[in-house]
Design a protein around this ligand. Structure first.
Ligand code: URA
Ligand code: SF4
Length: 218
Protein backbone atom coordinates (compact mmCIF):
# COMPACT_ATOMS: atom_id res chain seq x y z
CA UNK A 1 0.00 0.00 0.00
CA UNK A 2 1.27 3.47 -0.87
CA UNK A 3 0.64 5.95 1.89
CA UNK A 4 0.74 9.52 0.71
CA UNK A 5 2.24 11.70 3.38
CA UNK A 6 0.57 14.97 4.26
CA UNK A 7 1.61 17.83 2.02
CA UNK A 8 3.85 20.27 3.86
CA UNK A 9 6.56 22.81 3.20
CA UNK A 10 8.24 21.87 6.51
CA UNK A 11 11.06 19.69 5.04
CA UNK A 12 12.05 22.56 2.73
CA UNK A 13 12.26 25.35 5.32
CA UNK A 14 15.85 26.00 6.47
CA UNK A 15 16.62 26.39 10.16
CA UNK A 16 18.26 29.75 9.72
CA UNK A 17 15.98 32.67 10.52
CA UNK A 18 17.13 35.20 7.94
CA UNK A 19 14.72 36.56 5.36
CA UNK A 20 17.17 36.41 2.41
CA UNK A 21 17.98 32.78 3.23
CA UNK A 22 14.31 31.85 3.44
CA UNK A 23 13.49 33.76 0.25
CA UNK A 24 16.11 31.77 -1.63
CA UNK A 25 15.05 28.41 -0.17
CA UNK A 26 11.37 28.83 -1.03
CA UNK A 27 12.22 28.54 -4.72
CA UNK A 28 13.01 24.87 -4.13
CA UNK A 29 9.83 24.10 -2.18
CA UNK A 30 7.85 21.08 -3.31
CA UNK A 31 5.57 21.05 -0.27
CA UNK A 32 2.41 20.86 -2.38
CA UNK A 33 1.60 20.66 -6.09
CA UNK A 34 1.29 24.39 -6.75
CA UNK A 35 4.94 24.88 -7.73
CA UNK A 36 4.32 22.75 -10.84
CA UNK A 37 2.28 25.34 -12.75
CA UNK A 38 3.77 28.52 -11.34
CA UNK A 39 6.66 30.54 -12.78
CA UNK A 40 8.34 30.94 -9.41
CA UNK A 41 7.60 31.23 -5.71
CA UNK A 42 6.76 34.71 -4.44
CA UNK A 43 8.13 35.35 -0.97
CA UNK A 44 7.49 38.31 1.32
CA UNK A 45 9.50 41.52 1.20
CA UNK A 46 9.78 45.06 2.51
CA UNK A 47 8.88 47.22 -0.50
CA UNK A 48 11.30 45.67 -2.97
CA UNK A 49 13.91 44.66 -0.39
CA UNK A 50 14.50 41.31 1.28
CA UNK A 51 14.21 42.77 4.77
CA UNK A 52 17.86 42.05 5.56
CA UNK A 53 19.42 40.19 8.46
CA UNK A 54 17.95 42.39 11.19
CA UNK A 55 14.67 43.64 9.85
CA UNK A 56 12.82 46.45 11.64
CA UNK A 57 9.30 45.47 10.83
CA UNK A 58 6.22 46.88 12.58
CA UNK A 59 3.46 45.34 10.49
CA UNK A 60 3.29 42.12 8.50
CA UNK A 61 0.56 42.18 5.86
CA UNK A 62 -0.65 38.79 4.67
CA UNK A 63 -2.59 38.37 1.43
CA UNK A 64 -3.86 35.22 -0.22
CA UNK A 65 -1.49 34.12 -2.97
CA UNK A 66 0.45 35.73 -5.80
CA UNK A 67 -1.57 36.78 -8.85
CA UNK A 68 -0.59 36.73 -12.52
CA UNK A 69 1.74 39.75 -12.31
CA UNK A 70 3.28 38.65 -9.02
CA UNK A 71 3.97 35.20 -10.48
CA UNK A 72 5.78 36.76 -13.45
CA UNK A 73 7.72 39.38 -11.48
CA UNK A 74 8.43 37.27 -8.40
CA UNK A 75 7.26 39.97 -6.00
CA UNK A 76 4.10 40.25 -3.85
CA UNK A 77 1.38 42.83 -4.54
CA UNK A 78 2.87 44.41 -7.66
CA UNK A 79 -0.27 43.99 -9.84
CA UNK A 80 -3.59 45.90 -9.71
CA UNK A 81 -4.38 44.79 -6.13
CA UNK A 82 -0.93 45.95 -5.06
CA UNK A 83 -1.44 49.39 -6.59
CA UNK A 84 -4.65 49.75 -4.60
CA UNK A 85 -2.91 48.56 -1.43
CA UNK A 86 -0.14 51.14 -1.98
CA UNK A 87 -2.75 53.87 -2.23
CA UNK A 88 -4.52 52.71 0.95
CA UNK A 89 -1.21 52.55 2.87
CA UNK A 90 -0.39 56.06 1.73
CA UNK A 91 -3.79 57.37 2.79
CA UNK A 92 -3.34 55.72 6.18
CA UNK A 93 0.12 57.34 6.39
CA UNK A 94 1.86 54.06 7.09
CA UNK A 95 5.63 54.02 6.67
CA UNK A 96 6.26 51.41 3.97
CA UNK A 97 9.84 50.85 5.08
CA UNK A 98 8.49 49.08 8.20
CA UNK A 99 5.87 46.98 6.44
CA UNK A 100 6.56 43.43 5.34
CA UNK A 101 4.15 42.17 2.69
CA UNK A 102 3.59 38.48 2.03
CA UNK A 103 0.96 35.88 1.18
CA UNK A 104 -0.57 32.82 2.88
CA UNK A 105 0.42 30.71 -0.15
CA UNK A 106 3.64 31.36 -2.06
CA UNK A 107 2.85 29.90 -5.49
CA UNK A 108 0.18 31.14 -7.95
CA UNK A 109 -2.78 28.77 -8.31
CA UNK A 110 -4.60 29.28 -11.59
CA UNK A 111 -6.55 27.62 -14.35
CA UNK A 112 -6.44 28.37 -18.06
CA UNK A 113 -9.29 30.22 -19.74
CA UNK A 114 -8.35 30.70 -23.36
CA UNK A 115 -4.97 32.34 -23.25
CA UNK A 116 -5.58 33.83 -19.82
CA UNK A 117 -4.53 32.48 -16.46
CA UNK A 118 -7.47 32.81 -14.10
CA UNK A 119 -6.83 33.01 -10.35
CA UNK A 120 -8.05 29.94 -8.50
CA UNK A 121 -8.63 30.19 -4.77
CA UNK A 122 -6.20 28.08 -2.75
CA UNK A 123 -7.78 25.42 -0.53
CA UNK A 124 -7.11 24.62 3.12
CA UNK A 125 -4.78 21.84 1.96
CA UNK A 126 -2.45 24.33 0.26
CA UNK A 127 -2.79 26.97 2.95
CA UNK A 128 -1.82 24.44 5.61
CA UNK A 129 1.00 23.00 3.48
CA UNK A 130 2.47 26.48 3.02
CA UNK A 131 2.08 27.56 6.65
CA UNK A 132 5.66 26.65 7.69
CA UNK A 133 6.92 29.46 5.40
CA UNK A 134 4.57 31.95 7.01
CA UNK A 135 5.63 30.79 10.47
CA UNK A 136 9.30 31.18 9.49
CA UNK A 137 8.58 34.70 8.20
CA UNK A 138 6.84 35.57 11.48
CA UNK A 139 9.70 34.16 13.56
CA UNK A 140 12.21 36.16 11.53
CA UNK A 141 10.45 39.46 10.92
CA UNK A 142 8.90 39.53 14.43
CA UNK A 143 6.22 42.09 13.55
CA UNK A 144 4.32 43.91 16.29
CA UNK A 145 1.09 43.35 14.40
CA UNK A 146 -0.30 41.22 11.60
CA UNK A 147 -2.77 42.64 9.10
CA UNK A 148 -4.71 39.84 7.39
CA UNK A 149 -5.98 40.97 3.99
CA UNK A 150 -9.16 39.10 3.14
CA UNK A 151 -10.81 35.89 4.26
CA UNK A 152 -8.11 33.42 3.17
CA UNK A 153 -5.42 35.00 5.34
CA UNK A 154 -7.82 35.81 8.18
CA UNK A 155 -9.35 32.34 8.37
CA UNK A 156 -5.95 30.68 8.05
CA UNK A 157 -4.82 32.58 11.16
CA UNK A 158 -8.06 32.90 13.13
CA UNK A 159 -10.11 29.87 12.14
CA UNK A 160 -12.65 29.10 9.44
CA UNK A 161 -15.50 30.71 11.40
CA UNK A 162 -13.91 34.16 11.25
CA UNK A 163 -16.03 36.78 9.45
CA UNK A 164 -14.30 39.89 8.08
CA UNK A 165 -17.58 41.76 7.63
CA UNK A 166 -18.24 41.53 11.37
CA UNK A 167 -14.78 41.60 12.88
CA UNK A 168 -12.70 43.79 10.57
CA UNK A 169 -10.56 46.46 12.15
CA UNK A 170 -10.67 44.88 15.61
CA UNK A 171 -7.59 43.48 17.31
CA UNK A 172 -7.69 39.67 17.63
CA UNK A 173 -5.43 37.95 20.13
CA UNK A 174 -4.18 34.45 19.32
CA UNK A 175 -1.73 32.41 21.41
CA UNK A 176 1.78 32.33 20.03
CA UNK A 177 1.21 35.08 17.48
CA UNK A 178 1.36 38.85 17.41
CA UNK A 179 -2.07 40.52 17.52
CA UNK A 180 -4.01 40.31 14.26
CA UNK A 181 -6.25 42.87 12.57
CA UNK A 182 -8.21 41.57 9.60
CA UNK A 183 -9.52 43.78 6.82
CA UNK A 184 -10.76 43.64 3.23
CA UNK A 185 -8.62 42.24 0.47
CA UNK A 186 -7.76 44.95 -2.09
CA UNK A 187 -8.93 42.58 -4.88
CA UNK A 188 -12.42 42.60 -3.37
CA UNK A 189 -12.46 46.38 -3.72
CA UNK A 190 -11.40 46.08 -7.38
CA UNK A 191 -14.41 43.83 -7.93
CA UNK A 192 -16.94 46.26 -6.39
CA UNK A 193 -20.00 46.67 -8.60
CA UNK A 194 -20.66 50.37 -8.10
CA UNK A 195 -18.57 53.47 -7.40
CA UNK A 196 -20.46 53.89 -4.15
CA UNK A 197 -19.48 50.38 -2.98
CA UNK A 198 -15.91 50.90 -4.08
CA UNK A 199 -15.57 54.16 -2.15
CA UNK A 200 -17.18 52.71 0.97
CA UNK A 201 -14.89 49.67 0.87
CA UNK A 202 -11.81 51.77 0.28
CA UNK A 203 -12.74 53.91 3.29
CA UNK A 204 -13.13 50.76 5.37
CA UNK A 205 -9.69 49.47 4.31
CA UNK A 206 -8.03 52.83 5.07
CA UNK A 207 -9.76 53.12 8.47
CA UNK A 208 -8.67 49.58 9.40
CA UNK A 209 -5.11 50.39 8.32
CA UNK A 210 -5.14 53.53 10.46
CA UNK A 211 -6.14 51.38 13.42
CA UNK A 212 -3.30 48.99 12.53
CA UNK A 213 -0.87 51.89 12.53
CA UNK A 214 -2.10 53.00 15.92
CA UNK A 215 -1.81 49.50 17.44
CA UNK A 216 1.64 48.90 15.91
CA UNK A 217 2.84 52.20 17.37
CA UNK A 218 2.99 54.42 14.31
N1 URA B 1 -3.39 39.22 -4.24
C1 URA B 1 -2.79 38.66 -3.17
O1 URA B 1 -3.42 38.15 -2.27
N2 URA B 1 -1.48 38.70 -3.11
C2 URA B 1 -0.72 39.25 -4.05
O2 URA B 1 0.50 39.23 -3.90
C3 URA B 1 -1.36 39.83 -5.16
C4 URA B 1 -2.70 39.79 -5.23
FE1 SF4 C 1 5.71 25.03 -1.18
FE2 SF4 C 1 3.81 26.80 -0.57
FE3 SF4 C 1 4.65 26.57 -3.08
FE4 SF4 C 1 3.16 24.66 -2.02
S1 SF4 C 1 2.54 26.79 -2.41
S2 SF4 C 1 5.05 24.36 -3.22
S3 SF4 C 1 3.91 24.65 0.10
S4 SF4 C 1 5.88 27.28 -1.34
Amino acid sequence: MVVKTKESAAPFVPEERKLPVLAQAVQKCRGCDLYKNATQAVFGEVDGRDGGAKPKIAIMMIGEQPGDQEDKQGRPFVGPAGKLLDKALEEAEIDRSKVYVTNAVKHFKWEPRGKMRIHKKPGMKEINACRPWLDAELETAKPKLIVALGATAAQGLLGSGFRITQEHGKVQEVDGMPPVIATLHPSAILRAQTDEDRHAQMRMLVEDLKEAKRVAGG
